[in-house]
Design a protein around this ligand. Structure first.
Ligand code: ADP
Ligand code: MG
Length: 229
């Protein structure tokens, strides 16, 4: 589903050129749940953005379902993202002037779904927010806002869901409920998951875990679920 080969990312800073990712090679199978772990600053978010086609590597190749993102223009990448990719950020990224329902419905309306409001309602119910449809983000707790962000990502029924520390801002109980939703999507819809996390529990539920350190993959472990199942 995703194939990254020889990914390098270098940025120019006042102190000179800085290497953030160093020769990353990674393939993610359809239906796989992959965790990316590693210390803060090791390049996890940068790698996730590149795999999702939100950012470009300095060199190397990224393919989603065989289509090379690095040879396309931004319009081409946007089309690939619309077709395959959902993204959940650590800091929700909800639009403050829209209700929960409108936040979830907007991307569906933009791509022309006529039943956007019906779909959005259904997905908000699935994440337990059926009673919060007309609440604005400021009227929702952090956990509820993250569930709106998840409903928005789920509603577009992406083939691949990327999540950057999706439970990083939440208390343990809320975080576990969000994790359950992610793996429900993986198990029921076969959605490929690529998760950045520092939570052992979440990483253990994935099929495979890679560890980044200073921009390199230093460890790959086929994890709990496969061995235990
Ligand atoms: P992580 O998500 O693992 O904490 P990041 O991918 O956010 O790491 O960042 C990796 C490193 O690259 C960090 O040291 C960060 O400061 C640096 N970095 C990321 N983006 C930029 C940028 N646009 N300009 C300069 N430095 C950056
Ligand atoms: Mg990060």
């Amino acid at each position: 589903m995703i194939e990254a080969s020889s990914i390098n990312k270098t940025v120019n800073t006042s102190a000179g050129s800085l290497c953030i990712l160093d020769d990353i090679n990674l393939a993610v199978a359809e239906g796989e749940a992959l965790a990316i772990v590693g210390p803060s600053g090791s390049g996890k978010s940068t790698l996730l953005g590149i795999l999702a086609g939100l950012d470009l590597p300095s060199s190397g190749q990224v393919k989603i379902n065989g289509e090379d993102l690095t040879t396309m223009d931004e319009e081409g990448r946007a089309a690939i993202r619309a077709r395959y990719v959902g993204f959940v950020f650590q800091s929700f990224h909800l639009l403050p002037s829209l209700t929960a329902l409108e936040n979830v419905a907007l991307p569906l309306e933009l791509r022309g779904d006529r039943d956007a409001l019906v779909m959005a309602t259904e997905y908000l119910q699935r994440v337990g927010l059926g009673e919060r449809l007309s609440h604005y983000p400021r009227q929702l707790s952090g956990g509820e806002q993250q569930r709106v962000a998840l409903a928005r990502a789920f509603a577009s029924q992406p083939k691949i869901l990327f999540a950057d520390e999706p439970t990083g801002n939440l208390d343990t109980a809320t975080g576990e409920a969000i994790n359950d939703l992610l793996f429900q999507l993986n198990a029921e819809a076969g959605t490929t998951l690529v998760l950045v996390t520092h939570e052992q529990v979440l990483a253990n539920r994935c099929h495979r875990r890679i560890t980044l350190q200073a921009g390199c993959i230093v460890d790959t472990e086929t994890a709990g679920r496969v061995a235990a199942g």
